[in-house]
Structures are given as C-alpha cells and as structure tokens.
Design a protein around this ligand. Structure first.
Ligand code: AMP
Length: 381
C-alpha cells in the first residue's frame, strides 16, 4: 500500500455497486472534481443518476468489474458483498480499497468472529455451525436465547433467526437453508452504538463522534451523534475500531457496530468496512462527511476534520412510508433545520432504504423526539 499514489481532481474513482452509498459518494466526488464510474446492472440505479458514467453489470461479474477497473484510477465498494475473488481479479487491473484480503475476512461472519477473538476484542459468546451435531453443541455452548446467523450474505436482519427455546433450534437452521452458520448468545443490550472512523493510506486515522443507534425490525431507524454516552464510551469504542482497522490495513471508512450493556461493557457485533448508515449524520453535521473522507482515503489524500459542531439525528425513510403513495414530504420541508436526502429509487419497496432526514439542533433528546414525530407525520408506525 506504500505505492498508493495521491489522486486529485480529474482522477476517476470506480465504485462496485450503485446503491445509495455510492450515490452519496458520487455527489461528494462531483463537488471535489473527482469523476465516478459505477458498476450496476440497473441503468437507473441511485448512483448512476449522479455519476459520470456506468458500466452495466452486477458486482459479482468479474469480467464487468475488470472492464470498470480498466477505466479508473482506484476502485472502491458500495457493499461488502462483492465476492472476494471478483476483487482479486480487479486488483490485477487497478488499486482497490478495501482489498480482497480484508473483504474475504469481513464477508464471512465466522472469520470476523475469529478475527475479533485473535485481537482479544470483547464480543458475545459464539460457536461455528456446520451440521446438526455442531448446531446442538453450539447452542449448549452459547446458551438460550441465541441468534443463529448465516456465515455469508446477511444484512439488516436477513439471514438471521432468534432461538428462544431448544425445540426451535433445528427449525431455525432449516429456515436458513441449513447453510454454514454462526450461533451467538443473544445480547440483552441497553443500547446499540457504532464507531465510524477512517484510515488513510499512510495509516493516519480520524474518528467521528460515537453514534447511538435505534433499530426497528433489525433495520436502523434513527442515529444520534454524538451518542449520549460519548464522553464515557467514545474513547473505548474508538480504540476497538482502530484495532480492527489497523489489523485489516484498511484504507477508507470503517464502522464498528457495538452493543452497550447495562454494566457499561461494550461488545463488538459487526465490522462494516465501508461508509455506513450510522455515519450519515456526518453528511451535513460534520466538517467532513464520511463520503468525502472515504474518497480522500482511497485517493491517498490527507484526511479531513471530523468534528461535529452541533448534535444531529438521522431518521431513515423506508419504502413502507410510500406504501399508499408518496408520504407528505412537505412535513420535512416545514422544518427549517431538516435536510431531506432521497436516493432516487424508482421502486420504494417496504423495508428498502429510500432516503433519510437529517435534523440539526442543540438538544439531543428533543431531536430524537422530533424525529419520532416526523416519522409518524410521514405515516410511519
Ligand atoms: P447484524 O446483521 O449482525 O448487524 O444484526 C442486525 C441487528 O440484529 C443488530 O443491530 C441487533 O439489533 C440485532 N442483533 C444481532 N445480533 C444480536 C445478538 N447476538 N444479540 C442481540 N441482538 C442482536
């Protein structure tokens, strides 16, 4: 990575996957004078609407990904689900961040758990599941209640099932197609928080304030930054994230999702080696957004200031709000301190992230109340 050469305005960044993360990256790239080329099978995907160009193809298509790589200065990702072998092929054509080695670790929950163990970072009890025998032995090891998760492909609660009683165990595994899994002890957390940071090509790091996350049906609902526990937990959470980023020799933004227990313990739930939904408040509330920072990092440029002058809350807008036609978005515009972000999705299906609202203010609890009231006003339940 020492050969990482700085790229400036006029350089082209390739992004594998054209969802909302790639879209917000492309919008920031345009402001910086960088060009963005996106790989996606949908010519109307959110990122293609704002990028300089599109290569038609899925991120699992190595030939299409290499065609994109041949036209750019550096390649990055919109999702960690890009197969590691595709990224390996792309690396032969252009520099990639994150790289295939880090990605192959992250996209396997078992490898992630082992990595956290090797780094001696705190996590819930877990065991590997490959067959009925290891399934039963795993449950005996972690205890009830437990959560069974597929090793690959899970996100937003997909690919995971809660096990409350022993007689639900086999059925739970069957709903996951009897695929290789990790079984984890269910964590009775007080709160979920995340540490979002960036690491540059030279190893420099910058952290945003700790994020406090509220999930509904396994999908992020609101994020408050700084978290109310920032002063007590921020330094510890940042040290955990930094240890992971250093071990992965990560270049770019990385998010560590954490559970906070009532006794003050922090347990690592998951590593996301990319810009993250819980980092969205940085776009509008921080001096440098996570999208600009990611571009700075993958372009080998110095990292920007991550300070956030005022508290902020992000409210996710899911497709459910569009079930009976567009929600009354004039309710967002009626709030002078609210910023609406829509991702350009043609089909706002239930459970899909269609946009978010950023609320800026001075009173964290008041902002969270306001986000709830706005969600209800938009038809949310
Ligand atoms: P994940 O896909 O692992 O990020 O899980 C999505 C969400 O499910 C998390 O943000 C938690 O709200 C919940 N969850 C996942 N694993 C556990 C666990 N071991 N104990 C309690 N809740 C969990």
């Amino acid at each position: 990575m020492s050969a990482w050469r700085p790229l400036g305005p006029g350089a082209t960044v390739g992004v594998l996957g054209g969802g909302q993360l790639a879209r917000m990256m492309a919008l920031e790239a345009r402001r910086l004078g960088l060009r963005v080329l996106v790989l996606d099978p949908d010519p109307r995907c959110g990122a293609a609407q704002v990028a300089d160009g599109l290569v038609l193809g899925h991120f699992s298509d190595a030939e299409a990904a290499c065609r994109l790589a041949a036209q750019v200065d550096v390649v990055t990702l919109d999702t960690e689900h890009v197969p590691a072998e595709v990224l390996r092929a792309v690396e032969a054509v252009a520099p990639c961040a994150p790289g295939s080695e880090a990605l192959s670790l992250i996209q396997d929950r078992l490898a992630q758990r082992r990595l956290l163990h090797a780094l001696r970072l705190p996590q819930t009890r877990w065991a590997e599941v490959n067959d009925l025998e290891s399934l039963r032995a795993g449950l005996a090891e972690v205890g009830l209640p437990a959560v069974l998760k597929t090793r690959r492909g899970g996100y937003d609660g997909k690919g995971q099932v809660r096990v409350q009683r022993e007689d639900q165990l086999v059925a739970a595994w069957e709903t996951l197609g009897r695929s290789p899994c990790v079984i984890e002890a269910y964590v009775p957390f007080d709160r979920e928080v995340s540490a979002v940071m960036a690491r540059g090509a030279d190893g420099a790091v910058r952290h945003w304030p700790l994020a406090e996350n509220d999930h509904r049906r396994h999908i992020l609902h609101t994020t408050l930054t700084p978290a109310r526990a920032e002063a007590t937990l921020g330094p510890r959470a940042r040290a955990l994230a930094e240890a992971v980023a250093a071990r992965l020799e990560h270049i770019g933004v990385l998010c560590l999702e954490l559970f906070l227990l009532s006794d003050g313990q922090l347990l690592v739930n998951e590593i996301a080696p990319r810009v993250h939904n819980s980092g969205h408040t940085s776009l509008g509330a921080s001096v440098t957004s996570q999208f600009e920072q990611h571009l700075r990092a993958v372009c080998g440029l110095p990292l920007g200031d991550t300070r956030q002058p005022r508290p902020a809350v992000m409210l996710n807008l899911l497709g459910d709000l569009w079930a009976d036609g567009p929600p009354p978005l004039e309710r967002v515009f009626a709030l002078p301190h609210a910023k609406l972000h829509l991702y350009g999705k043609d089909e706002p299906r239930p459970g899909r992230k269609v946009g978010h609202v950023l609320l800026l203010g001075d009173d964290p609890a008041g902002l969270l109340r306001e986000a709830e009231a706005l969600h209800r006003a938009l038809g949310g339940r």
